[in-house]
Design a protein. Sequence first.
Length: 284
Amino acid sequence: MLTPANPVHKYLRMDRIPHIWCSGCGLGTAVNCFVRAVEASGFPLDTISVVSGIGCTGRVAGYLKVDSFHTTHGRAIPFATGLKLANPNLKVIVFSGDGDLFSIGGNHFIHAARRNADITVICINNFTYGMTGGQITPTTPTDAIAATAPYGHIEEPFNLPSLAESTGAVYVARWTSFHVRQLMKSMKEAIQKTGFSFIEIVSPCPTLYGRRNRLGDGLEMMKYYRENSVIKNGADTRELGMVFNGKIICGKFVDRERPSFLDAYNAKMTERLGPSYQPYKGIL
Ligand code: SF4
């Protein structure tokens, strides 16, 4: 009997498989949810573009069979913004990690949200720099152990949903890699949304973060997510900060409307220059 083809294979560059990710890593689950969300969104594949930064999550762009860009460290969002402005017909999705997006890339994140750049940002938050050996990132919880904090981290981490909402994102959600159905739904909504949409995915890095903090293997970390996640759609994002080994509040928190950067630009130019102004539609 013939085995049916795996429905996600057509979205992957199978010549790049096997991937480099560790056993138990949450990245494969996130990619699986993403390709199913893309399929459900109804956008043709030639209108989807994925941009990654550097790190374990940065490899996502290389595995997806769409126009994709594995860019420089922390700069995925400016690449994505430029791509969207050059060709506004594209759906541009940034797929990157907490270290890349919120450390060296933090400045880009807040300004893209403030401008309401019409892109989706998906952050795999595993609380560590995986590819370079497990250093602290801007989301590592206080007291967690890391390569650069062997006696326990002393800083306060970013609360990513609150940061995204307060800087202007029009769609904000957080799920763990255990919540695959909710995550797929959120990804689909975020892709279909006009404006800056943001999804945080709390995801296991058993090799570095999990091992150092005695959280067990990938399966045990997923059990932890199942037992310690609380779904609170519409929760006040100011109350979503995460503490080490604490509860993880998940849900869709923000879904609002405001003009995207390009819509606001064209409206302003029409107001100032009159009906003779031809709205900007890209250069490609
Ligand atoms: Fe995943 Fe961590 Fe391995 Fe990187 S080091 S592939 S984040 S488990």
